[in-house]
Design a protein around this ligand. Structure first.
Ligand SMILES: *Cc1c(COP(=O)(O)O)cnc(C)c1O
Length: 427
């Protein structure tokens, strides 16, 4: 499609788009009496209006039935988990048995490392991206220490080349080749939180498995942002959070993918709890742990139905819209955002604004990261004007308009506010 650089054109794009009405399913933060421009779907997705009633249903069931709420009422809590699977499987590209909804992201990373980091002799290295999200670095570091390794001897980081911001795929693949005999695990992010770079997970997974390493992904910035095919890509495990693009609320319940080849594999050890036991025998309170023969065998603790409910509220909105339609609109919004930003980049010059995110469409999702000189002042100006964006030291503004509640008109308006803030603070 040929875009036009006008407010009217943005408005026409909104009118033509079939998902426009979905915005009404969400509660938008207000700024001076009208909707703020909320471009933080990559940080905390907005609240679906129906989330409150879903959560209240759990509260009511608790009030009416006490512990019997696990088995009685309209939405027995014992059955809640499985109702989340059909949409999650579409998001991550998995079989229902391969997905488990539990805990939160950093916790799940430790649990997956307990199962899938299996060092053997010289094969004990973990290959990962440099400057991963801090929590992932802390997880790897402390997990390795706990297992008796020195992180600096085991972790191999792949860096961007000197003077570059993005990690080249060729460098990842060559690092895998170079350390082929020593790699126990390749652990990578699907989308880098800082630059918005989307990695080719299929290629990375294939390369890792071909040298005999396991491969796992952190999908915090990928789930709900870009289409995923974890089963088909032959990924061993993956973890995600659901408060970002999946709009399931602060501290929302997270999820894991565990490839079905491991569900009955006795060589894979795990940290177990009673909620991972076979459903038929869970309440017999036997001495011996008998895992459920699916990803659900990795559950430990009694899950919160309140968190399930908030999660389901959002998944239902996606499902009603059609998840592939949502991905399509994400792409169109992002294309228009790029069109506007490249226009501004030409107007103000790359000295004042540089786009860090890859230009190649295959390597980007909803998020765009901008490096802006006098970035903090520009960011503050945007905030005062009612734009919710994200600030990262030293000079980066990240924005992520999303299909469910953002509009082309907002993208246009954001562009104009950004341009005037950059020009105002350029001296
Ligand atoms: C958001 C994010 C986290 C946060 O982890 P929690 O355990 O959910 O707080 C971790 N890793 C990455 C890559 C993230 O983007």
């Amino acid at each position: 499609m040929i875009f036009e650089y006008t407010a009217e054109f943005a408005k026409t794009l909104d009118q033509k788009n079939e998902l426009g009405a979905l915005r009404d399913e969400f509660i938008l933060p207000q700024h001076e009496g009208s909707d703020a421009i909320y471009f933080l779907g990559n940080s905390l997705g907005l609240q679906p209006k129906r989330a409150k009633s879903y959560v209240l249903q759990v509260m009511d069931q608790w009030a009416h039935f006490g512990v019997e709420g696990f088995f009685r009422g309209e939405q027995p809590w014992m059955k809640y988990h499985d109702q989340l699977l059909s949409s999650l499987c579409v998001f991550v590209g998995a079989e229902p048995a391969e997905v488990v909804v539990m805990n939160q992201l950093s916790v799940n990373l430790h649990l997956m490392l307990a199962s899938f980091y299996q060092p053997q002799g010289r094969r004990n290295k973990i290959l990962c991206e440099a400057k991963a999200f801090p929590s992932d670095q802390y997880v790897l570091d402390t997990h390795l220490k706990q297992r008796g390794f020195k992180p600096e001897e085991v972790i191999i980081e792949v860096q961007p080349r000197k003077g570059e911001e993005l990690i080249r795929e060729a460098d990842i693949l060559s690092a895998i080749g170079q350390h082929a005999e020593e790699l126990a695990l390749v652990f990578w992010g699907g989308v880098n939180y800082y630059t918005g770079q989307v990695f080719n997970m299929e290629t990375i997974a294939m390369a890792a498995r071909s040298v005999g390493a396991k491969v796992g992904f952190d999908l915090a910035h990928a789930a709900g942002n870009i289409p995923l095919r974890l089963h088909q890509w032959d990924v061993d495990f993956a973890c995600w959070c659901s408060y970002k693009y999946l709009n399931s609320g602060p501290g929302a319940i997270g999820g894991c993918f565990i490839h079905d080849r491991y569900h009955k594999d006795p060589s894979i050890h795990r940290f177990a709890g009673w909620w991972g036991n076979k459903k038929e025998t869970q309440f017999l309170m036997q001495k011996q742990f008998e895992p459920e023969l699916s990803a659900q065998g990795w559950q430990l603790s009694t899950p919160s139905p309140m968190l399930y409910a908030a999660h389901k509220a959002s998944l239902d909105v996606f499902e009603e819209a059609g998840i592939t339609n949502v991905f399509q609109k994400n792409k169109e919004l992002n294309r228009f955002l790029w069109f506007v930003l490249e226009h501004i980049e030409r107007e103000v010059g790359r000295d004042l604004m540089k786009i860090l995110t890859p230009r190649n469409e295959e390597a980007r999702g909803c998020q765009v990261s901008l490096s802006i000189s006098s970035g903090k002042r520009v960011f503050d100006e945007l905030t005062i004007s009612g734009v919710y964006a994200d600030w990262r030291e030293p000079d980066v503004i990240r924005v992520a308009p999303v299909a469910l509640y953002n509009t082309f008109a907002e993208v246009w308006q954001f562009g104009q506010l950004l341009k005037s803030a950059i020009i105002k603070h350029s001296s």
